[in-house]
Design a protein. Structure first.
Length: 675
């Protein structure tokens, strides 16, 4: 069967294409040359893997990283696709196996490492290659960070084989795009540029108040979930990893200073484990292909908007909810500014870098929807508000900071642009320190003119002024603050300044979004432990069995038989056969999957009512027609229904709400009337 939808359902087990995938798949199947730009986690691999299965012959995939290739090959084998790779990491035996399979014509997809391109020509000409796919196509760009000289051979190989070429990348900038086209395609390909949004990522920034505590609170609330914490320095990764282990959560440091062996081991653990936290410098990332990373926390401000988006993009590739939190403070801004100022780049480049930093700070100090700011930066027309960022969830309190900012600027100017933030704040709040006295700064008209704010509030004002590039640390004066040209209109009273009022003191921990309703948590945990058991036995990462998204859906839909299991996203034919019964047993059979609310009832006569209600609920899960949106009550709700025995639709609706009452009401009331 060569129908793409059939293959999507049966081989990959996905009910629908992700945005953009269908058009790309169609074009590749139609033998057109294609350049597709999709965000990280957008689902690029499927766009060449699926067409490969629709055609005769072998699809050759050029991919830059051995670890990534290995994972993709394993993933394909898990869904029953004949795939293999040729890399410098292969043993002679492995190579012989691949060659034999190629000659026998049994392989569908062959991954090829770039260093193999030079010598692979004759082999590839022999084996009926019908499509060439290039992953991470930006590696062909000489100006990018990921340049791989071997990628320059791809154009010639394509000519030799005379097959269509499909190139994929997440890097969108026009320069790189142009270069990819020039290097890889003899005539312009069909270009697909998909939206850069990743709607399942929740975006948040918090000003550092008690950074260590903020970080630990965040991690603790997500115990059991995989996450990456990015730190600015190697030393900090070690300190933070130790602190996280001290609260009983498995964490490992990762940076370029560690032995290659130690790093490889950490990578392997992270890949295989469900709940490991990687505390890393940005050395960790390229080649991380784990789809179920549930959060990325920046413990320090990233370098630029592009870097930020790439780093947080590593979370939630499976499409299930994931969190991105960035902690930042005035100190981060000073550090990034001085890194630019003290670098060796020419002045134009430094100015451009300051502007890029400004764009990131604009995102950090945004006053409304972060997605709007972010997508706007990438040139997309964003929605008015996304509903999935901290500023959409909780509107910040703004205040007119014009007066305050002018006082701050005046303190800066009257002290000769020579002093740092804390001394300036001492002057503003009238704090008679030894330094203030020694410099006679208590004689200034600005002295004590800012008494209406506390130190913490002034710190927030200075941070925001630094972020808006109204003030800059002067590299020649040990970081003394200087006023920038941007601040002149404000000083002259020509513009107003609006800032956000930071909440002071302890901030209530941000609510953690549950992956499943509370009632399904024990079931999800049981499914995960079954997954771990199978993964350990097969020595593969857990997500290769099923990813989080699939288990979450399983826990929600509670399939009762293999037919229903078949409807869960990520369950294709092969996995259904391999794992279906095992997971059904967890869902329907085992006591550990029972919700505490239900377990408390076990053995009492009410248990049968509970079970009957649950039966009704399963029957009507997809409505009378079986085609409606899935709906279910939590076990806690059912337990309350059992306890309160409502007699009418109205009283039932008080417990489970109108929507569920309209679906289950008649059935539930019938059970209760009998019971
Ligand atoms: P990219 O290479 O673009 O970063 P991947 O190809 O690794 O992304 O895909 C990310 C994840 O999305 C993988 O776990 C993959 O199984 C999943 N995925 C891809 N396409 C679909 C789809 N149509 N429906 C559901 N999940 C999908
Ligand atoms: Zn938003």
């Amino acid at each position: 069967m060569n129908d793409p939808l059939h293959i999507l359902h049966h081989t990959f087990g996905f009910p629908t294409f992700r945005p953009g995938q269908a058009e790309i798949v169609d074009a590749v199947i139609a033998n057109r040359d294609v350049l597709a730009i999709l965000p990280t986690g957008g689902g690029k691999s499927l766009c060449f893997q699926l067409p490969a299965l629709c055609r005769e012959g072998v699809t050759v995939v050029v991919s830059p990283l051995i670890a990534l290739m290995r994972d993709q090959v394993r993933g394909l084998k898990e869904v029953g696709v004949a795939a293999a790779s040729l890399t410098s990491g292969n043993t002679d035996e492995q190579n012989a196996e691949v060659f034999a399979a190629l000659d026998a014509g049994t392989l569908k997809i062959l991954y090829l490492a770039p260093e193999r391109l030079a010598s692979a020509g004759p082999l590839l000409q022999r084996i009926n290659v019908t499509l060439l796919a290039v992953d991470e196509a930006h590696c062909v760009s000489q100006w990018g960070h990921d340049f791989r000289p071997d990628y320059l051979r791809i154009g010639a190989l394509r000519k030799q084989l005379n097959v269509p070429l499909a190139a994929f990348t997440a890097t969108a900038d026009e320069e790189t795009r142009g270069e990819i086209i020039r290097q890889l395609f003899p005539t312009p390909p069909q270009v697909f540029l998909r939206g850069f949004d990743r709607p399942n990522l929740n975006l948040a920034f918090d000003a550092k108040i008690a950074p260590r505590q903020q970080l630990l609170d965040f991690v603790k609330a997500r115990k059991g979930r995989s996450g990456i914490i990015y730190c600015a320095t190697r030393a900090k990764t070690e300190v933070i990893a130790t602190a996280i282990r001290a609260i009983g959560i498995h964490a490992l440091p990762y940076h370029a200073g560690l032995d290659a062996e130690v790093r490889r081991e950490a990578e392997a653990c992270f890949q295989a484990d469900d709940g490991l936290v990687m505390v890393a410098t940005i050395a960790f990332g390229m080649g991380v292909d784990k789809p179920d990373i549930r959060y990325v926390l920046h413990a320090d401000l990233p370098k630029s908007v592009e870097a930020y988006w790439q780093e947080v993009g590593r979370a939630g590739r499976d499409g299930a909810p994931a969190d991105a939190l960035t902690l930042f403070g005035a100190e981060d801004i000073r550090l990034r500014r001085s890194q630019i100022d003290e670098g060796l780049a020419p002045i134009d480049r430094k100015n451009a870098d300051h502007q890029r930093l400004n764009a990131l700070l604009g995102l950090a100090e945004a006053l409304d929807c972060r997605r709007k700011v972010l997508l706007g930066y990438f040139g997309e027309t964003p929605p008015d508000s996304c509903g999935n960022c901290d500023l959409c969830t909780e509107k910040p309190v703004r205040f007119d900071a014009t007066e305050a900012a002018r006082k701050a600027l005046s303190a800066v100017l009257r002290t000769g642009e020579y002093f740092g933030q804390e001394h300036l704040i001492d002057i503003l709040i009238g704090n008679l320190t030894a330094k203030v006295k020694a410099r006679h700064h208590d004689q200034l008209p600005t002295f004590a003119s800012g008494k209406d704010f506390e130190r913490g509030q002034w710190q927030a004002i200075f941070r925001q002024m630094l972020a808006r590039d109204l003030l800059r640390p002067d590299p020649e004066r040990q970081g003394g603050l200087r006023m920038t040209e941007n601040a002149r209109p404000l000083l002259r009273g020509e513009t107003l300044l609006e800032l956000r009022l930071d909440r002071m003191g302890a901030k209530p921990a941000r609510e953690v979004r549950e992956l499943v309703p509370e009632a399904d948590e024990p079931l999800l945990a049981a499914l995960k432990s079954k997954r771990r058991e199978l993964a350990e036995a097969a020595k593969v990462p857990s997500y290769l069995i099923f990813n989080d998204k699939t288990l979450i859906e399983m826990a929600g839909r509670k399939p009762r038989n293999l037919d229903e299991m078949r409807g869960v996203s990520g369950v294709g034919d092969v996995k259904l056969e391999r794992y279906g019964t095992l997971f059904l047993a967890v869902i329907n059979g085992s006591a550990q999957a029972m919700h505490p609310a239900r377990r408390k009832l076990a053995g009492k006569e009410t248990a049968s009512i509970f079970d009957q209600l649950e039966g009704v609920m399963f029957e009507l899960r997809l409505g009378e027609s079986g085609l409606d949106k899935p709906l279910s009550c939590t076990s806690a709700e059912l337990a309350r229904v059992v306890a309160q025995k409502p007699k009418s639709q109205e009283t039932l609706a008080d417990i489970i709400g109108d929507l569920k009452t309209s679906r289950f009401g008649t059935g539930f009331l019938a059970v209760l009337a009998e019971g």
